[in-house]
Design a protein around this ligand. Structure first.
Ligand SMILES: *Cc1c(COP(=O)(O)O)cnc(C)c1O
Length: 399
């Protein structure tokens, strides 16, 4: 199956077969395929100026950063543009390490350890892979970058116990995406934020998958606990609507008695990227973000997400254990022992159902062995959503 063309929430393969797309480039094509607003912005900017280097000011970067700070993150701070999620995470890890130098341990040695969580996913670069709490991502790439410690997600006692004199940050996804669609519990997120205050740590949130309106709020953590204020936020995927793009946000909050803003500890020369935030990338992303806000797609994602959960759970299918997640980042959980037919040798429930869906004309995406991820475009028309759910229903009834 090779894909040739996309239109809204449909993909067409090289043989002309049409699929309902509940994968959306793994939560990336948030406005569907070939969205005219995005395509027009991209083409117009390509004719004007694609790339010129960060040696010069780029007005589109400033405009987009302002939108991200004021309308998406909604906490004063600064934005650095990158090209991907892994790079954005490497960026916030660098900020955390520099913070650990500026705010050293009691004996004067720099703090550098970041606590992350089992089943997390932060990317494939040496830094973001080391941050990822999944052994399968790291096999035969050791020795890993030092300075990471993994604890169980949503276990506040374990998190508290893991903090040491060299810890400088706690890094988490508001909803673990690749790890099985596991939302952070509000009391855990509040507890983690309190531990950060108590121990002078940075709260680092990876919003690569759950950000940009996917989870029913501009950012995923806001859908869980809007009062929590992170220090660092990494973004990618939905920010570009399919264009390769990422960013990280750094809070302006003071890190010492002199009032030094956290965002000032990275200055020109301490980090950089040739392609990060090109005129083409920022113009395209600005069109995406403006459209997300204009159409209030966060609220739409919230409503459609509730609809998916109620619909799938309403089918009462024995092999379905439940629907997790928030907004349009949903995971259908499976109970392996309750499938009607035995699973093919060597396959997981999620991979098996995903294959059957694909054959029936629906594209979804596994998340761990037991969860099928439904992550459609946020503007998916109701009738296309229903068409996809009907295919899923047929597959699950049979399975
Ligand atoms: C996809 C993803 C990444 C990695 O992003 P890339 O653009 O593939 O580097 C990091 N974190 C999370 C939560 C992701 O879902």
């Amino acid at each position: 199956m090779d894909m040739e063309r996309g239109e809204g929430s449909h993909l067409f393969d090289t043989e002309g077969r049409r699929y309902v797309d509940f994968c959306a480039g793994i939560a990336t094509c948030c406005l569907g395929h070939a969205n005219p607003v995005v395509v027009d912005a991209l083409c117009a900017q390509a004719r004007k100026l694609m790339h010129c280097s960060n040696l010069y000011g780029i007005p589109g970067q400033e405009r987009l950063a302002k939108m991200i700070v004021e309308d998406i993150i909604r906490i004063p701070g600064r934005v650095f543009f990158s090209n991907s999620g892994a790079e954005s995470n490497d960026g916030i890890i660098k900020v955390a390490r520099r913070f650990g130098h500026r705010r050293p341990a009691a004996d004067g040695s720099p703090r550098y350890e970041v606590i992350t969580f089992n089943k997390s996913f932060h990317g494939r670069t040496l830094g973001s892979m080391a941050a990822t709490g999944q052994a399968k991502i790291q096999i035969e790439f050791d020795p890993l970058l030092v300075g990471f410690k993994y604890v169980d997600f949503n276990d506040l006692d374990a998190l508290r116990a893991a903090i040491s004199p060299i810890t400088c940050g706690i890094m988490l996804e508001a909803i673990q995406g690749e790890g099985g669609v596991n939302p952070v519990q509000p009391e855990f997120l509040r507890g983690a934020a309190a531990l950060c205050k108590e121990h002078d740590l940075l709260l680092m949130i990876d919003e690569v998958q759950c950000g940009f309106c996917r989870c029913g709020a501009p950012m995923g953590w806001q859908a869980v606990c809007p009062e929590v204020q992170p220090d660092l936020v990494s973004c990618a995927k939905g920010i570009g609507g399919g264009f390769p793009m990422g960013c990280f946000w750094v809070s302006n909050r003071a890190i010492d008695a002199q009032g030094t803003p956290l965002s000032s500890i990275m200055n020109a020369g301490s980090h950089g990227s040739t392609f990060g935030g090109t005129p083409l990338a920022t113009a395209t992303s600005a069109a995406v973000v403006a459209e997300l806000l204009k159409q209030n797609l966060a609220e739409r994602a919230r409503k459609l997400g509730e609809y998916i959960k109620a619909t799938v759970e309403g089918w009462n299918i024995p092999c379905v254990s439940g629907v997790r997640g928030l907004g349009l980042l949903r995971g259908v959980g499976f109970d392996k022992s309750r499938f009607r037919h035995p699973l093919p040798e060597g396959t997981t429930p999620a991979a098996h159902v995903n294959n059957l869906c694909r054959q029936a004309g629906l594209l979804a995406c596994p998340a761990g062995p037991d969860t099928l991820r439904l992550i459609p475009a946020l503007n998916i028309p109701q009738e296309v959503l229903d068409e996809g759910l009907q295919i899923l229903h047929g597959v699950l009834e049979e399975a």
